[in-house]
Design a protein around this ligand. Structure first.
Ligand SMILES: Nc1nc2c(ncn2[C@@H]2O[C@H](COP(=O)(O)OP(=O)(O)OP(=O)(O)O)[C@@H](O)[C@H]2O)c(=O)[nH]1
Ligand SMILES: [Mg+2]
Length: 340
């Protein structure tokens, strides 16, 4: 499944209706008092989590959202009706930012969460409210207040269980293609994957979700390549798979690749290096069997941060992937139980 992970919206809560200025006119009452009612409150705008949604695709074309204005007050002390609230449904895990200041406003991470994002303006006061001992027939009334207006950005942090990281061309997408029904594009050039993809793996006992994100390169944390922009998508996964290219086009041996990647992960704010990560050495079909033991030894002894586990696979031929998937399922079930 290819998902759209970002959206920009302009939202505007309803304005309050204006208060009315009116003097009571009835038979036999020549000087009726003021009876202008207040205006109605403008509608609020809420974001509501809908767990059936998993993309922000619905927002790509619709960028403007307005809640209804409150109605004006009227004579005979009639209050204006309040404007209806607007409820916008979003996927679980959506984070809302103020697009102008980049401040994080709301993290919509509760399953039945409903979050107020823009408040409707209060209605204005009718002239009945201005009656006093010195002014029995005021004409004054006030306009309604404006509803809050905001430019916001939505970002979806995917709720995948497992995240794939690695240099471009390491074979992350090939792996996801092989083991799930997701079909991210594969290419023998860097940055084939431009957006995150999610794939569901049906294990023996449960299913879980793997997120494939664009490749990282050295300096990603300073904006090189596609940058670390997409790392947020794996900031909530319990487990990272660090993909190592055993047949890289550049002179990057496995230990170097892992150390560089770990450095980039370190520079990302969400403590990605605190996560459990496994090393996945890919493309064993392209190297000699006796090299594997040597590489394993190197990784075990030379990493700046020791790896929890090391796997050798070929995403292309499928060799080693079944063992990896078995271990993944066990780990993911364990992580889910820890969370429960
Ligand atoms: N021989 C061999 N080639 C592989 C293997 N895995 C991937 N490849 C090839 O390596 C190239 C890159 O594969 P991708 O899956 O697109 O790599 P990626 O890590 O997703 O790359 P980006 O999306 O650019 O980050 C493609 O030409 C694949 O066919 C493997 O196990 N063996
Ligand atoms: Mg890819």
């Amino acid at each position: 499944m290819n998902f759209i992970d970002e959206a920009y919206l302009e939202i505007k809560a309803g304005d309050g209706g204006s208060g009315a200025s009116s003097l009571r006119r009835e038979k036999y009452i020549p000087f009726g008092g003021p009876d202008g009612g207040d205006g109605g409150k403008g509608g609020d705008i809420y974001f509501k989590v809908n767990t059936n949604l998993n993309t922000l695709i619905d927002f790509q074309n619709k960028k403007l959202f307005n809640a209804k204005n409150g109605q004006r007050g009227a004579g005979k002390n009639k209050f204006g009706a309040a404007g209806d609230d607007l409820i916008i449904e979003i996927p679980l895990g959506t984070v809302i930012y103020d697009d102008l200041t980049d401040e994080e406003l709301i993290d919509c991470n509760e399953k039945s969460g409903e979050y107020l994002i823009a408040k409707g303006g209060d209605g204005g006061l009718g002239n009945a409210k201005f009656k006093s001992s010195t002014n029995q027939a005021p004409r004054k009334c006030t306009p309604g207040f404006e509803g809050e207006k905001r430019s916001i950005r939505l970002e979806l942090k995917s709720l995948a269980d497992v995240g794939l990281v690695g240099f471009p061309n390491a074979g992350k997408s090939t792996f996801l293609n092989k083991v799930s029904s997701a079909k991210p594009k594969i290419g023998d050039y860097p940055f084939t994957t431009l957006r995150p993809h999610l794939g569901t793996i049906k294990g023996a006992e449960s299913s879980y979700v793997i997120a494939d994100i664009p490749g990282l390169i050295e300096g990603a944390s300073d904006g090189a390549g596609l940058g670390i922009k997409f790392l947020k998508h794996i900031s909530r996964t319990g487990l990272l798979l660090i993909f190592v290219d055993l047949f890289p086009s550049e002179d990057l041996d496995p230990v170097k690749q892992i150390n560089l990647l770990t450095n980039e992960l370190d520079s990302f704010k969400d403590n990605l290096t605190q996560k459990v990560s496994w090393i996945i050495c890919n493309k064993i079909d392209l190297i000699q069997e006796d090299e594997i033991a040597m590489i394993r030894k190197e990784i075990e002894t030379k990493l700046s941060k020791p790896a929890k586990d090391i796997f050798f696979i070929s995403a292309a031929t499928g060799e080693g992937t079944i063992e990896l998937l078995k271990s993944l399922e066990t780990e993911v079930i364990g992580n889910k139980e820890d969370l429960a």
